[in-house]
Design a protein around this ligand. Structure first.
Ligand code: PGA
Length: 263
């Protein structure tokens, strides 16, 4: 039975004190309320500065309450070397990460992330047994001219090109339309997500570990989004930046789908 992925990236937020206090509260809640992680597979992606402290609060990978997984928001494709300002996947894993977020639209837009670099990063994550969380999403002008599905398929197929079935099986894809992300974004209506999500699902079938949605997810729209039967989870920003907000989303997780999402 597949659990429903519900995770959050804290992006460039939280001091160490704030991160530790969130992590302590989360560890407490997942221990005191084990039912929180019966339907949900929780994951948290702190900023690099807080990863080690958060990991220490939550315990060794196999012992984290609720099976919580930690991740990083980015990692380089090389294992080490003269890459000033970067961190590698082995460093991220050493610091407690199990997930490597790759290709978020903010990184594509402001940090020159391309299909080529996302592909190299997916391979690096897989080399070190981390879960690549590949984000794809179209800008508004592409959506307006009817090209959303084609655009995100080319991002996903490009980054995942040449993977074996076993490698693909480790990958999470998050569909995050750029126009729906962040405080300047407009929350998507469920009908607007159907075609692009279906295109990804038809292309990858059940060969990937999960298909997630992200972009202005909130308690207000979580139920509707969770009712989309080809989705395996939600990737959340602002609504989960308070612990209570995140816990409420975990509480709302749908019942495990016996056969996994249909293709
Ligand atoms: P948001 O961020 O939920 O704050 O819109 C989502 C994301 O960027 O993944």
């Amino acid at each position: 039975m597949k659990k429903y992925w519900i995770g959050t990236s804290w992006k460039m937020n939280f001091t160490l004190d704030e991160a530790i206090s969130y992590a302590k509260g989360l560890a407490f809640a997942l221990t005191a309320e084990p039912e929180l992680a019966v339907r949900a597979q929780p994951f948290v992606i702190p900023p690099m500065t807080a990863l080690v402290s958060v990991s220490q609060e939550l315990g060794a990978r196999s012992e984290r309450p609720g099976g919580l997984k930690l991740g990083v928001q980015n990692a380089h494709w090389e294992d080490s070397g003269a890459w000033t300002g970067e961190i590698s996947v082995p460093q991220a894993v050493d610091a407690g990460a199990e997930i490597v977020e790759i290709g978020h639209s903010e990184r594509r837009e402001f940090f020159n992330e391309t299909i080529r670099t996302t592909r190299l990063k997916v391979l690096a994550a897989l080399r070190h047994s981390a879960i690549p969380l590949l984000c794809v999403g179209e800008p508004l002008e592409v959506r307006d001219r009817g090209g959303a599905a084609e655009y995100i398929l080319s991002q996903a197929a490009g980054a995942l090109r040449g993977l074996s079935a076993a490698q693909l099986n480790a990958v999470l894809i998050a569909y995050e339309p750029i126009w729906a992300i962040g405080s300047t974004g407009r929350p998507a209506e469920v009908y607007e997500l159907e075609e692009p999500l279906r295109a990804l699902r038809e292309h990858f079938g059940n060969g990937i570990q999960g298909l997630l949605y992200g972009g202005s997810v909130s308690l207000g729209n979580a139920q509707e989004l969770m009712a989309i039967d080809i989705l395996d989870g939600l990737f959340v920003g602002r609504a989960a930046w308070t612990l209570e907000g995140y816990l409420e989303l975990l509480r709302a997780a749908p019942a495990p789908r016996v056969t996994g999402a249909s293709s």
